[in-house]
Design a protein around this ligand. Structure first.
Ligand SMILES: Cc1cc2ncn([C@H]3O[C@H](COP(=O)(O)O)[C@@H](O)[C@H]3O)c2cc1C
Ligand SMILES: O=C(O)c1cccnc1
Length: 355
């Protein structure tokens, strides 16, 4: 196997890096020695312990955060499945370049680095500040009655995510993947219906804000697509090729690469979490490197969550994407790490322990 051959799928099967059991044990012990009743910091304790195990350190941190937003257009928008026109994908890529989107503000607030990877939008976006333009095609094919991507396009999109991770500064503490692509909740819901074997209706929601009729139409479109593809949906990878999007595949590749490279990764809302579920189905050890950030308001998020072995950190009713919900969780992770690193132990502070 040649792990550098980016047009192949073989790298997906390379093992995830093992979490450090020693640092996990040490971090748990330290949590028991800090000047608080054991468990009193609740989930903040678990986050710090998990970060210590992932970073193989006794001083976990989440100061150096990198955010990549993967953008791409979707042929399925021709079916009228979004409340917004397809051109908004390109317009938002320009907005990212100007620094005016929610994720730009969040990145500045966090002191995080941010870049955008445009994998194919109907209008080219060369020469935009902070945007890499690597078009695979102008958009995916309309997956109602044909595969969204060719095998080669899928391999290229997955590799784009992996390459982004491999070219990050080695001192990155935490990675966030965002997505932008009008119509991509339709892809995500179709993938979810297949992965969890639930009805299209149960997997579908309003996305950017469809009416009840709009949601019914969207579910019918997904149903039609699933009827067409079902005989061929033998693996999660084939489902990703047939129903996914370039940005969803790139996120999936990025998550698998984070696990292989040993980089902690904070997963955003509905679309990103579907990409993460595909990654976990391809390689089950990936989940140990992922932290779910927030409970998306997209109605099928609860069902999606049942496929993971963790709960998201926040529930803010967010439903934006771009990586914005993950960004909102970064201060909590920073706090969890600093409490772990800086609190005094009972011995240091001469505080009596429980009897
Ligand atoms: C202005 C604007 C900014 C966004 N930023 C993220 N999304 C989000 O909405 C899209 C998915 O919803 P649907 O499947 O209903 O089209 C994705 O681009 C997602 O990132 C946005 C949507 C809009 C309209
Ligand atoms: O949770 C998300 O990622 C989401 C939900 C609706 C629309 N866009 C993004």
């Amino acid at each position: 196997m040649n792990p550098t051959n980016i047009t192949s799928f073989e790298w997906l099967a390379l093992p995830a890096k093992a979490l450090s059991e020693d640092h996990h044990t040490q971090a748990l012990e330290r949590q028991g020695q800090l000047t608080k009743p054991v468990g009193a910091l609740g989930k903040l304790e678990a986050i710090a312990v998990q970060m210590a195990a992932m970073q193989a350190t006794d001083q976990p941190q989440a100061e150096r955060v990198h955010i990549t937003v993967f953008a791409a257009d979707h042929g399925v928008t021709a079916e009228g499945v979004s409340a917004f026109p397809q051109i908004v994908t390109t317009e938002m890529v320009k907005n990212f370049a100007r620094g005016g989107a929610a994720i730009n503000v969040a990145a500045r607030f966090l002191g995080a680095s941010l870049d955008v990877c445009n994998l194919g939008t109907i209008t080219p976006t060369e020469h935009l500040n902070g945007v890499t333009y690597q078009p695979i095609a102008a958009q995916t094919a309309n997956f109602v009655d044909q595969p969204a991507m060719t095998h080669e396009q899928l391999a290229t999109a997955l590799a784009a995510g992996r390459t982004r991770i491999q070219t990050l500064k080695p001192n990155t503490d935490l990675f966030i993947g965002g997505e932008m692509g009008i119509g991509n909740t339709t892809s995500a819901s179709a993938l979810l219906a297949y992965l969890l074997d639930i009805s299209s209706a149960d997997a579908t929601g309003p996305g950017t804000g469809l009416s009840a009729d709009g949601v019914n139409h969207k579910a019918a479109v997904i149903d039609k697509a699933l009827q067409f593809h079902r005989p061929y949906l033998e693996t999660p990878l084939e489902a990703l090729r047939r129903l996914g999007g370039f940005e969803i595949a790139a996120l999936c590749g990025a998550y698998i690469a984070c696990a292989q490279e040993g980089l902690p990764c904070l997963v955003d809302g509905f679309i990103a979490s579907v990409a993460a579920l595909v990654a976990c189905r391809i390689n089950s050890n990936v989940e140990g490197w992922l932290i779910l950030s927030h409970y998306s308001a997209e109605p099928a998020y609860g069902k999606l969550l049942s496929a993971f072995h963790q709960q998201p950190l926040l529930a803010l009713g967010m439903r934006l994407g771009e990586g914005s919900g993950a960004a909102a969780a970064v201060p909590l992770i920073r706090l969890a790490c600093q409490l772990h690193n800086q609190m005094a132990t009972f011995a240091e502070a001469a505080v009596s322990e429980s009897e």
